[in-house]
Design a binder for this molecule. Structure first.
Ligand SMILES: [Zn+2]
Length: 316
């Protein structure tokens, strides 16, 4: 019996990943393609990934699309996606027509927190916050076990909370946004700043690259793991800002569980204990209130895909 088997598709700026998911959250089969630049090509890539997975092997009842962008409250259209071609696009209806299956859309961080709540690190929590740390920061929030999207489907946009007045410039137009200090991009910026202040202090970061601008967050994490002091200092900075930002978010939402997801979470052993210490110090009423458990995502890369598939199972 394959009832309620659905397909989740995680549509990011780099790749489109589709997976057949059963009702227990198990990913049975996956397909991946690079994200094309144009609108039509992107929809072709999604349709071809899904039909490739179906191919007579699986029978599914619906498709959930996890999109790195703002989705309308009826979950049928994309309003805006900074790294994708869609602008005010009725994506759900178009893909549904081509596949002959019901399609539901969700913001990727919302889908991820839903996946972690059903099958992963946030299981059983009534109030759960997911912070996906990658190129920037994505936020997903469950209140009373339900996704909270705000009045217009945009909440919670945590990455652009201004943590540092007059701080680093952000592509969103503001200065000092949280994700400028706590992301893969931020790790690279911090390491470059530290190198400029302490030339010759790092043995590993510049061995890999003659040009400081080529230092990526991934390189910083690798160097920190190998004992490079400057890279470790950059990780401590990230930990500090993660703790500060989480304390701010916890003052607003008071979550039971915070799930740290995204590419940077793969290096959590390098920063999570420090971040917890900062969080404990910075939260209002420190020492006199229960604290959220801060954990890394259990579903890893699959969280948004599994969450989108679960939404499709609920709605299709
Ligand atoms: Zn910003």
């Amino acid at each position: 019996m394959r009832a309620r088997t659905t397909i989740g598709v995680d549509i990011g700026g780099t790749s489109v990943r589709a997976g057949v998911v059963d009702r227990h959250g198990n990913v049975l089969d996956t397909a991946r393609a690079p994200t094309p630049a144009g609108e039509a090509a992107l929809e072709d890539a999604i349709v071809s990934a899904v039909t490739g997975l179906l191919g007579g092997r699986h029978r599914v009842t619906g498709v959930g699309l996890a999109v790195a962008g703002f989705v309308t409250t009826d979950r049928r259209s994309v309003m805006f996606a900074p790294h994708l071609a869609w602008r005010d696009a009725p994506v759900g209806d178009r893909i549904s027509k081509r596949l002959g299956l019901p399609v539901v859309l969700e913001h990727d961080a919302n889908a991820a927190v839903l996946g972690e709540h059903r099958f992963g690190a946030a299981r059983g929590a009534r109030v759960a916050l997911l912070v996906a740390i990658g190129t920037g920061i994505g936020g997903g929030l469950l209140l009373g076990g339900e996704l909270f999207r705000g009045a217009y489907g945009v909440a919670p946009e945590l990455g652009h909370l201004r943590l540092v007045p007059g701080g680093r410039a952000c592509p969103c137009g503001k200065q000092g946004c949280w994700e400028r200090y706590c992301s893969g991009t931020a790790l690279s910026a911090t390491a470059i700043e530290l190198l400029a202040r302490h030339p010759g202090r790092s043995t590993l970061l510049l061995r890999d690259s003659e040009d400081a601008r080529a230092i990526t967050g991934r390189k910083v994490a690798a160097a920190a793991r190998e004992g490079d002091q400057l890279a470790q200092r950059a990780m401590q900075e990230l930990a500090r800002w993660l703790g500060e930002g989480l304390a701010l978010a916890a003052d607003i939402y008071d979550p039971e569980v915070v799930v740290i997801a995204g590419g940077v979470s793969e290096s959590a052993t390098l920063f999570l204990d420090d971040a917890r210490d900062h969080y404990k110090k910075m939260i209002t009423g420190a020492g006199f209130r229960p604290l959220a458990r801060i954990r890394t995502a259990q579903l890893g890369d699959d969280a948004a895909l599994v969450g989108a598939a679960a939404l499709a199972a609920d709605n299709c």
